[in-house]
Write a protein that binds this ligand. Structure first.
Ligand code: NAG
Ligand code: NAG
Ligand code: NAG
Ligand code: NAG
Ligand code: NAG
Ligand code: NAG
Ligand code: NAG
Ligand code: NAG
Ligand code: NAG
Ligand code: NAG
Length: 824
């Protein structure tokens, strides 16, 4: 490149080359979220790949396999989920390696997983993780590198020339009939071919957050050294005299250790291990291995994986000018994590036969609907189209859309039937690509109309009460369907929004009476609003806010739940899926108090008008009642837009980023939940946050001077330019004016055609809050009427911010402190 700087023309060429040389993968760190409960899968995978290879540790937080918390490695396996919060997922059929067995005695190698941990310690600095590859050196001196194709993984083990006993290396590689959660059931089997060393087997396991079980098969081949001998192990003993095994789970809970091993003549060359899995059969697993990795070429496989990632990441280009590198790493790593799960199991579904795509690991839609799937709708609409087709096909064959699904099993529903939101989001954004929208509509209507006998894992509970009373009562009487009778408030709020989503689809499909019907029931949230309810801190101090959602009995009298319980500050209450749980799921009445995504205008009126709505939202964040590490918090960061204060959304987003999202292994505030946290980061930093289920993106300044997003199907590039942005200080966060495709634009939101048609949004920023985006006609759509937004006390009055800005709030909490830091 330096040579090109010789003439003017070549300088230009050099600039172009420099631009093209921009590599988003340089900013991807897969280890973000690998400790401190991020539960991220940091290993090698293709986008949506079924094969996900990594070293597995024995950490209590091993949900994603590998952790960087000092826990030792117990194996190397190729099936994983990412960011999940249930039991550890998958991690089936782990490999492990020894340089030799002391004295050449097989029985002196250590086989059981728990005991292997003693040979699995490693230095953090030995770990290398990049999109498509993962490597680690154990303190035993064994280096393991790994990469993957869609259904197969290739491991390369490099051994020291001598073992711990100073005898020459005769490497042993074992494969264990295990999984991360020790869920293996009865009668797993394994066999090893003494000539080639090929190991095959099958076992039944349990899903990590769901019901039922699944069978997985595998096929493993070796390359690089001659086979010395092979055999099987049971518990801590092994033999070369036996080549196959069917093993009991055993009566002791922990599945009895068992598996096969192969020993090799030498360690002169790295030993390559090619392993593939299949939900169909051992033969299919071997076929995947042979077709996807025919010649054990590690370089070719890893380069193909890297190239696949580079292509997926290429639609999003941001200006790096003046931006702190940690922001870029946060951003691109977040985008990267949105394409790990859901997983593409097309062709690998033994449950029904169909020509439709099959995706698994929707883990869970309660998390995914808010940010991850909407982001993919922009960056990878083809993948979302296939996911929607898969969801609809799941409805066709199992009777219902899932709320959570992993390992071919039904997962637990957390709240509403939120696949309705996913379908509506795709529908209003115009996704087609072979989606049968009539079937999609039938699926969401079934959620609203038919109560399953067991609503643990699909549909909704309490539909009779919902229809007769217009809310889910606390202590409902329901003799038709059965499920955990908690969460009556959060279920009511989510069902109401689900119905709004159905009404939008009905409208688009010309079903007018359905549209009216579901619009009507989308107002049911109001039935749990108790106008005189106050909220008092546990020490007796009033919060000063009145009017909260409350539980309500069948006889319409009110129950009571402290609005602050189940908040971030309450570590006492039981708030998850336990049958002793509360009336809000994993979140407080305070926070659920904002979950009316379709009718913010009416909510603002109930809360006493825009100024008091803003005070309440400030209180929620400043007092840490909300927790950005769980998904219900996401939209609340940006809901100031609905009160005519888009500037406060921008401030709030900088309040959390980067303080709660650092590009380090411990940098995520909670489970990534597939890629939900990553997608939250990406949207917030692009400056267009979705109200999922609606064709609405709320505008805030991006974290970069320029963002280009090229639509993969239309080829058009949407562009946001932030004039006057001043990274890394970000003091100029206030939009003074905007243009869309060159014309003045005062709405504080825009729609999906921005991305499909490749429009250009230019934001002019300044140091003070302005009138931009504050008038009623500038506000995002809402079912009710925006009231109390007087011209004088509304937009015009706001020009005097920010000094007066904080006087409106109930206190001068964390956000004001953050502004002080910036000298504002
Ligand atoms: C690195 O290793 C140490 C000790 O094993 C561990 O405690 C620490 O948390 C690790 N992780 C990081 C990210 O440094
Ligand atoms: C496991 O195999 C044994 C012996 O064939 C059989 O009796 C038992 O029913 C099997 N268990 C399961 C769960 O299939
Ligand atoms: C297991 O090994 C025995 C003895 O060598 C052999 O007869 C049998 O066919 C093998 N079974 C499988 C499934 O490989
Ligand atoms: C965005 O696209 C425009 C038009 O093609 C181009 O001039 C600009 O350099 C791009 N910006 C980035 C950050 O890639
Ligand atoms: C999913 O897998 C199928 C079958 O291998 C493939 O045709 C399709 O392109 C994949 N979809 C995505 C989004 O990668
Ligand atoms: C009670 O707790 C709240 C919330 O932590 C705090 O703001 C308030 O100052 C406390 N009041 C007293 C009297 O300690
Ligand atoms: C309504 O039901 C609740 C719960 O059973 C009960 O505590 C309350 O007294 C009832 N109210 C009336 C008016 O009957
Ligand atoms: C509400 O939370 C507080 C603080 O954790 C706790 O002391 C109180 O017992 C909780 N109330 C209920 C009814 O669980
Ligand atoms: C912006 O706000 C600051 C601090 O309140 C004030 O001193 C300054 O005059 C304002 N600038 C403009 C252009 O209104
Ligand atoms: C604006 O606010 C002032 C002071 O709060 C109030 O007296 C006045 O009536 C309000 N005007 C309108 C149009 O709402």
């Amino acid at each position: 490149m330096a040579l090109l700087l010789a003439s003017g023309w070549l300088v230009l060429a050099g600039t172009v080359l420099a631009q093209d040389a921009f590599d988003p993968l340089a900013y991807v760190d897969p280890l973000i979220g690998a400790s401190n409960g991020g539960n991220v899968f940091p290993g090698a995978s293709l986008p949506y790949g079924m094969a996900k290879a990594v070293a597995d540790t024995n950490s209590p937080s091993r949900q994603g396999g590998f952790t960087l918390d000092g826990s030792p490695v117990t194996g190397f396996s190729m099936m994983h989920d990412s960011g999940t919060g249930g039991s550890p997922s998958l991690g089936n059929f782990a490999l492990f390696a020894y340089t030799n067995c002391p004295g050449g005695d097989i029985d002196r190698c250590v086989f059981p997983k728990k005991a292997r941990a003693a040979f699995g310690s490693f230095r953090n600095t030995s770990v290398s993780a990049k999109p498509g590859t993962f490597g680690i050196t154990l303190d035993t001196g064994i280096r393991a590198e790994m990469t993957t194709t869609q259904h197969a993984a290739l491991f390369s083990f490099t051994f020291p020339s001598v073992g711990a006993d100073d005898e020459p290396a005769k490497p042993l590689i074992l494969q264990d009939l295990t999984d991360l959660a020790d869920s293996r059931q009865d009668n797993a089997s394994v066999a090893v071919d003494p000539t080639t060393g090929r190991i095959t087997g099958s076992a039944r396991f349990l899903p990590s957050f769901g019901t039922g079980n699944f069978v997985l098969h595998f096929c493993t081949d070796f390359h690089g050294a001659g086979v010395l001998d092979s055999g099987i192990f049971v518990d801590s003993r092994a033999s070369t005299a036996v080549q196959n095994l069917t093993i009991s789970r055993s009566i002791n809970g922990y599945p009895l250790p068992g598996g096969a091993f192969v020993r090799f003549n030498s360690a002169a060359e790295p030993i390559l291990v090619r392993t593939a899995t299949s939900f169909i059969s051992v033969e299919r697993a071997c076929e995947h291995a042979e077709t996807e990795i025919p010649d054990f070429d590690f370089t070719a496989v890893s380069e193909a994986a890297t190239a696949a990632w580079r292509e997926k990441m290429s639609p999003i280009r941001v200006s790096t000018n003046k931006v702190d590198g940690s922001m870029l790493t946060n951003f691109y790593s977040g985008i990267y994590r949105t394409m790990i799960n859901p997983q593409n199991y097309t062709g690998e579904n033994p449950l029904w036969s169909s020509d439709e795509p099959y995706f698994d690991s929707f883990y869970c839609i309660w998390d995914l609907f808010r940010s991850q799937l909407p982001l993919l709708t922009i960056t990878d609409p083809t993948a979302v189209t296939e996911m929607i087709r898969s969801l609809i096909d799941t409805y066709r064959h199992l009777g219902w859309l899932p709320d959570c699904r992993m390992s071919l099993s039904k997962g637990y529903t957390q709240g509403g039937s939120n696949a309705d939101v996913v379908l509506a989001d795709a529908y209003v954004k115009g996704l087609q690509g072979g989606i049968n929208w009539d079937d999609g509509y039938a699926a969401v209507v079934k959620d609203a109309e038919v109560e399953p006998y067991d609503w643990c894992c699909e549909g909704r509970g309490g539909l009779d009460s919902w229809k007769s009373l217009g809310y889910i009562p606390v202590q409902d009487f329901d003799y038709k369907g059965f499920g955990t009778m908690t969460r009556s408030i959060s279920r009511t709020l989510e069902y109401a929004y689900n119905d709004f989503c159905i009404s939008q689809m009905a409208e688009g499909l010309g079903k007018t009476s359905d549209k009216e019907k579901y619009l009507e029931s989308s107002g049911n949230w109001q039935n749990l609003f108790k106008a005189d309810q106050v909220s008092t801190w546990w020490n007796g101090t009033q919060t000063g806010f009145t009017g909260f959602f409350q539980p309500r009995y069948l006889n319409k009298t009110w129950g009571y739940q402290d609005p602050l319980n189940c908040s971030n500050l309450d570590s006492f209450s039981v708030c998850s899926l336990q049958n002793t749980g509360r009336e809000t799921f994993e979140s407080s009445i305070w926070e659920y108090g904002f979950f009316v995504p379709h009718d913010q205008a009416s909510l603002i009126t109930l809360y006493g008008g825009p100024a008091s709505f803003v005070s309440r939202l400030n209180y929620l964040h400043d007092r840490s009642i909300t927790f950005i590490g769980n998904e219900p918090a996401f939209l609340t960061v940006f809901q100031y837009h609905y009160a005519g204060r888009p500037a406060l959304s921008a401030l709030r987003s900088h309040f959390y980023i980067p303080s709660s999202f650092r590009p380090t292994p411990d940098g995520l505030p909670g489970n990534d939940d597939s890629g939900a946290m990553g997608a939250f980061l990406a949207f917030a930093m692009i400056g267009l946050f979705p109200n999922p289920g609606q064709d609405v993106y709320l505008i805030t300044p991006p974290f970069f001077e320029e963002v280009n997003v090229t639509h993969p199907l239309t080829g058009r590039t949407a562009r946001v330019r932030a004039l006057g942005l001043d990274p890394p200080a970000y003091a100029n966060l206030y939009i003074q004016s905007a243009t869309l495709d060159g014309r003045p634009y005062s709405r504080n939101w825009l729609d999906h055609s921005f991305f499909t048609e490749g429009k250009e949004l230019v934001l002019t920023l300044g140091r003070n809050e302005s009138a931009w985006g504050t008038r009623v006609e500038d506000l995002p759509p809402s079912l009710g009427k925006y009231l109390g937004f007087g011209a004088v006390n509304g937009s015009v009055a706001r020009r005097s911010a920010p000094a007066g800005l904080w006087k409106r709030g109930a206190d001068k909490g964390g956000l004001a402190g953050w502004m002080d830091k910036l000298g504002m």
